[in-house]
Design a protein around this ligand. Structure first.
Ligand SMILES: [Zn+2]
Length: 269
């Protein structure tokens, strides 16, 4: 197994935006504060705190109200959308509220197979519809369901949204871009065997590129075996910068500016 690696600390003035993390996965409020603080120490001053169901979406909105650098999304993860009928009306109201900047995460997941395909699609389409009505981007999760997801999205194109934690190869990039999506990369970009994923990341045009942790999942190389957290994002950005032939600072700034644009935020100082 690889040895623990130091996270590069960016210089002052470098802005880093974690476009996808689940802060609420850490249940202890004090530890939540610590991980938000640690993120800031590594330059990760802004985080999209992503809801996966009603309770986590409400909690994300509460944190966003009380933390300058946190922004909330509201939605129902495809693995949790068996509660769609009960939870959707209130999620829809949350998604419309001004403290929520994105809709999701939604999408399709045929790996875990916890919810039947038709139910997942129904939930996904409700999120896409809400995204259209509010003008807010939709956060899309996809696991073992790429072609089905593209089929569904085709009838909603152009889709103002993000394919988060992209894990496919170079040939899957173009259809996402054609739909209008931003493409976001997480820790798997740094894993030794994932050369195809790095080729995919090299193909995304500057204006559509995002980086994220998907914390607490998928820690980057150098932190594998640990619970992932936003302060580890510089490891992924460093790898992204290397494969795109740019500097760490330029890559961080580019992805932060893209996140601010898609979430409708003013640039951070
Ligand atoms: Zn997620």
């Amino acid at each position: 197994m690889s040895k623990e690696r130091e996270v590069p600390k960016p210089g002052p003035g470098v802005r880093i935006f974690d476009s996808h993390a689940h802060i609420g996965w850490e249940k202890d409020p004090q530890k939540q504060e610590q991980l938000i603080q640690r993120a800031a120490e590594y330059g990760v001053g802004r985080i999209l705190d992503v809801g996966i169901d009603l309770a986590s979406s409400r909690a994300a909105r509460e944190r966003a109200r009380t933390h300058e650098g946190l922004f909330a999304s509201a939605g129902l993860h495809p693995n949790d959308c068996s509660v769609f009928d009960e939870e959707w009306p209130e999620l829809e109201a949350l998604g419309q509220s001004e403290d929520v900047v994105a809709i999701g995460e939604t999408g399709l997941d045929f790996y875990w197979d916890e919810v039947p395909e038709q139910q997942q699609i129904r939930s996904l389409e409700a999120h896409l519809d809400l995204g259209k009505r509010t003008g807010k981007p939709v956060i899309l999760h996809c696991r073992d369901a790429f072609s089905r997801l593209l089929d569904v999205l085709a009838s909603w194109a152009p889709v103002h949204g993000i394919l988060h934690c992209f894990t496919a190869g170079p040939q899957e990039v173009a259809p996402c871009l054609d739909l209008g999506l931003y493409v976001s990369f997480a820790g798997p970009l740094t894993y030794k065997k994932n050369q195809a994923l790095r080729e995919a990341a090299a193909m995304v045009p500057d204006a559509r590129l995002l980086t994220e942790t998907d914390a607490p999942f998928l820690p980057p190389q150098g932190k594998r075996g640990r619970r992932n957290e936003p302060s580890f994002l510089p490891l992924t950005i460093a790898r992204m910068a290397e494969l795109r032939g740019t500097s760490f600072e330029a890559c961080a700034q580019l992805c932060a500016a893209n996140a601010e644009r898609i979430f409708g935020l003013s640039p951070s100082a």
